[in-house]
Design a protein around this ligand. Structure first.
Ligand SMILES: [Zn+2]
Length: 414
């Protein structure tokens, strides 16, 4: 093998970032526009610089380290993933892809290879959507899909908008459009290495996963409003019980996903809030999330259609009101066949086993795939665990992913 990957270098880098969490001892909590993200980004910038990259932060807070190619006008090959996390998450989700990217830059430097195209290692901001209920903020901004209205629309649990959070973090929200790339001219491909976050690849015993499509996602907050009354003195036929209505909807969500059938179709109510949340008061208001994903847009439409129809019916019968607020809408995306074939060829050459598989989780690649040639490489997750402190992937598997991408770059872009 003519590459000089260093597993220990990858491990050392990964371990450096374990401390940037607001929940030490309970996994990684690194929410967007916080001090933990700022410290993480500062260290990432240092690691990128020492790998020989020219580093800049864009107006959305994405971090970009660039290595020029032989042709200064050629579009860049962007290797990226996210540096924010969920609450009580693991150290591999997102960061693995950035660190593998930095390792690839070091491999190019060590081998004194200059590619035809520039490469950019990118750390993206607020992919998870943990704080503002939306997601893919950094890549959306890069694709030109975030404007001032968007920044005001989404607020965290304390009522802080993205706009205000950006100011506290040291970014100028008025300049958000400057993060938008002229991607047709500037970006040749988006390549993302990510942990699988599920059990399929790990159970297969294969080295790597080549992701051929990513499920589409739609996410809603539904609020059902009834009337708060005494739980003891109000007869059953004189109540407008928000909990009764909401639970009748919530209990059907899984059934709709099963009815819609395969294609990775899933639907989840993972969040609920009750007002006033007291044992002796009929619920005035119940808010809950509905998260729908599928490779098949028709299946997503089926579930969302059922949700609206049943809300109309159930709330209509009981005299309750409801609102549905859409938080996220991303269509399913096929990844680039040409890049997949290049990666498969590199795997074969390096003697690494692989499978093609879809991704059931959303990723930055979901944002770029409709407009930029995009591909993802999965590394196995131990026991399929993710979004948990138990999340783990082997450093040697991250090194394998680095080798495959490096070989693909050298073979096709030198
Ligand atoms: Zn992730």
């Amino acid at each position: 093998m003519d590459n000089q990957v260093s597993t220990s270098r990858i491990q050392k880098d990964m371990e450096m970032f374990e401390g940037f969490t607001s929940t030490p001892g309970q996994g990684i909590t690194r929410l967007p526009f916080t001090i933990e993200v700022r410290k993480c980004v500062n260290l990432l910038a240092k690691r990128m610089k020492s790998a020989g990259l020219a580093v800049r932060e864009d107006s959305a807070g994405n971090l970009i380290g660039r290595l020029e190619g032989r042709n200064p006008d050629a579009p860049a090959l962007v290797i990226g993933s996210h540096f924010d996390s969920v609450r009580f998450g693991g150290n591999f989700d997102g960061m693995a892809g950035i660190i593998v990217g930095i390792e690839i830059a070091r491999m190019l430097r060590d081998a004194a290879v200059t590619l035809r195209n520039p490469i950019e290692i990118m750390g993206t901001h607020d992919e998870e959507g943990m704080r503002f209920g939306t997601g893919f903020f950094g890549t959306k901004a890069m694709m030109g899909e975030v404007d001032g209205d968007y920044l005001h629309r989404f607020k965290d649990a304390d009522g802080v908008s993205i706009y205000d959070a950006m100011i506290c973090y040291g970014l100028d929200p008025v300049r958000i459009k400057e993060a938008a790339r002229d991607y047709k001219k500037e970006i040749a491909a988006f390549l993302e290495v990510h942990i699988e976050q599920g059990p399929v690849l790990g159970n297969s015993g294969l080295n790597l996963g080549l992701v051929n499509c990513i499920v589409g996602m739609q996410r809603y907050i539904v609020t059902v409003t009834g009337r708060p009354d005494h739980a003891g003195t109000t007869p059953m036929d004189m109540r407008i019980d928000a909990m009764d209505c909401a639970s009748k909807i919530i209990s059907q969500v899984s059934d709709w996903a099963k009815q819609a059938g395969g294609n990775g179709t899933v639907a989840t109510v993972g969040y609920a809030q009750v007002m006033p949340n007291a044992m002796n008061i009929i619920a005035q208001e119940v808010s809950f999330s509905v998260d729908v994903r599928s490779k098949d847009q028709a299946s997503i439409d089926y579930i969302v259609g059922k949700m609206h129809a049943e809300l109309e019916r159930v709330c209509g019968e009981k005299g309750a009101r409801f609102t549905v607020s859409e938080k996220l809408r991303v269509p399913p995306a096929d990844l680039d066949e040409k890049l997949l074939a290049m990666l498969a060829q590199s795997c074969d050459k390096l003697g690494l086993s692989y499978m093609r598989l879809p991704s059931g989780a959303g990723h930055d690649s979901l944002q770029t795939a409709p407009k930029i040639d995009t591909v993802m490489v999965f590394v196995p997750s131990k026991n399929g665990r993710s979004h948990s402190p138990a999340e783990w992937s082997e450093y040697s598997d991250l090194a394998n992913a680095a080798c495959v991408l490096y070989d693909t770059l050298l073979t096709n872009f030198q």
